[in-house]
Write a protein that binds this ligand. Structure first.
Ligand SMILES: N[C@@H](CCC(=O)N[C@@H](CS)C(=O)NCC(=O)O)C(=O)O
Length: 221
């Protein structure tokens, strides 16, 4: 898939989507590593860092968590701008790689650390849902002037999908579910949206939010 398309779509969503007050966990202690993890996650309170933490927990991947205080302007200090020149959270550093945009981080972690081999077609489908979550679903639910029109348009088809299958790609959980599930969950939590007309979406969220990695991260706030 075009990396340009990916960057453009996610960057657009940065402008449109306001931050969700999900407090990331203070730290994640690796339970299986004796040396320091090479992966570092920069995050902050009231940001969508917990979405990335959820997936790191799904992968059981050790990492060092660097807490940035947005109110103190940590994210605009030169040390952090060297990681993400946009000064936005979250971001990761993995060896020499510095990466930002939550959707791009999910894709990278899946491509690099998810042991399940996937075809280019499946990877494209996953990227499609991650982009949809960031560029279409997030703004559609969180922007007040779009919500009335967009919510039925987007949740209707999602409900039909979940009437037939457990997850977005079929019967297997992927980062597509992390990205889409996170926005659906946060929108309901923060905006008190009523998903009753979409019972299969409700059931999907129940199943996602009962996963241990979710409970340890997004659910622990
Ligand atoms: N589309 C970006 C959004 C990044 C973003 O807007 N982050 C907010 C927190 S959720 C932030 O860092 N705000 C601080 C600021 O703008 O100074 C992503 O998904 O990573």
């Amino acid at each position: 898939m075009s990396k340009l398309l990916l960057s453009l779509a996610i960057a657009t969503s940065t402008l449109l989507f306001s931050c969700s007050p999900s407090d990331p966990l203070e730290s994640k202690s690796p339970d299986n590593s004796e040396s320091l993890p090479q992966l570092r996650l920069y995050g902050g309170k009231r940001t969508r860092t917990s979405m990335v933490q959820w997936y790191l927990a799904e992968l059981n991947l050790p990492y060092e968590y660097v807490e940035m205080d947005i109110r103190a302007g940590d994210n605009l200090k030169p040390e952090y701008l060297a990681v993400n020149p946009m000064g936005k959270l979250p971001a990761i550093a993995d060896g020499d790689l510095k990466l930002w945009e939550s959707g791009a981080i999910l894709l990278y972690l899946a491509w690099k650390y998810d042991p399940k081999a996937t075809s280019p077609e499946e990877q494209a489908k996953i990227a499609q849902w991650v982009l949809f979550a960031n560029a279409t679903l997030g703004p559609g639910l969180f922007l007040e002037d779009r919500r009335e029109k967009e919510m039925p348009r987007l949740l209707g088809p999602l409900d039909e999908i979940f009437q037939k299958q457990a997850f977005l790609l079929g019967e297997e959980f992927t980062i597509a579910d992390v990205a889409v599930g996170y926005y659906l969950y946060m929108a309901r939590l923060l905006l008190k949206l009523d998903y009753a007309p979409y019972p299969a979406v409700e059931k999907y969220l129940e199943s996602l939010s009962s996963r241990s990695p979710f409970l340890e991260t997004v659910g622990k706030r």
